[in-house]
Design a protein around this ligand. Structure first.
Ligand code: GSH
Length: 198
């Protein structure tokens, strides 16, 4: 088994989906957490001056989504064939595009709340309804039906982040709620959630 190290800030952020993949696969890795004080010194020695990055026997894999896809292939959580893997990728990109279109830079709180409400109705809702229709077509609870994949772990992680950062609970999306409950109940995921740092 290769030696894996995952380096990120002491936060969940865009590294947690990869930590979930390691947890689900039951694979050991070094979970390196770099503080804000340590970061300026480390930054010039990282692949692209950003985190997270992974090393595999000393070779780097950078960019959070490239990391998650690589781990999916490594641990057979990528659907097993190239078309299925591509369908997972499509939704990973779709979800990150949706998340990037949130009103991140608006500083006026009233304007931000209005923009968020519009974004929820016009962007989030149609995208998640379409995602739910695709999950329902497989019978669920996961995107591929009975087999969990990196996409389910990415969905779980993004929803968790949006809840913490934007207080969105997605309660109106029943299929998504079932998927999140199914992920949370997986023994390795539940064990990671219990033991991980705050
Ligand atoms: N496309 C990259 C973005 C990475 C990124 O922006 N990382 C931020 C933390 S979430 C970072 O390293 N910020 C510190 C810096 O830019 O100095 C990815 O998905 O990994």
């Amino acid at each position: 088994m290769p030696v894996y190290t995952l380096t990120y800030f002491p936060a969940r952020g865009i590294a947690e989906m990869s930590r979930y993949v390691f947890a689900e696969a039951g694979v050991q890795y070094e979970d390196i957490r770099v503080t804000g004080d340590e970061w300026p010194k480390l930054k010039p020695n990282t692949p692209f001056g950003k985190m997270p990055y992974l090393t595999v026997d000393g070779k780097y894999v950078a960019h959070s989504r490239a990391i998650v896809r690589f781990l999916g292939r490594e641990f057979r959580l990528d659907g097993g064939d190239s078309l299925t893997a591509a369908r997972l990728d499509v939704w990973i990109e779709q979800l990150f595009e949706t998340y990037s279109s949130m009103p991140w830079t608006e500083e006026d709180e009233d304007k931000k709340a209005k923009l968020l409400a519009t974004w929820e109705k016009e962007t989030l809702e149609p995208k998640l309804k379409k995602l739910e229709a695709e999950i329902n077509a497989t019978g669920g609870p996961y995107f591929l039906g009975k087999d969990v994949s990196i996409l389910d772990l990415v969905i779980f992680s993004i929803c968790e982040f949006m809840k913490a950062k934007w207080n969105l609970d997605f309660a109106q999306f029943c299929t998504l709620t079932k998927l999140r409950e199914a992920v949370a109940a997986r023994p390795n995921i539940a064990a990671w959630i219990k033991k991980r740092p705050e």
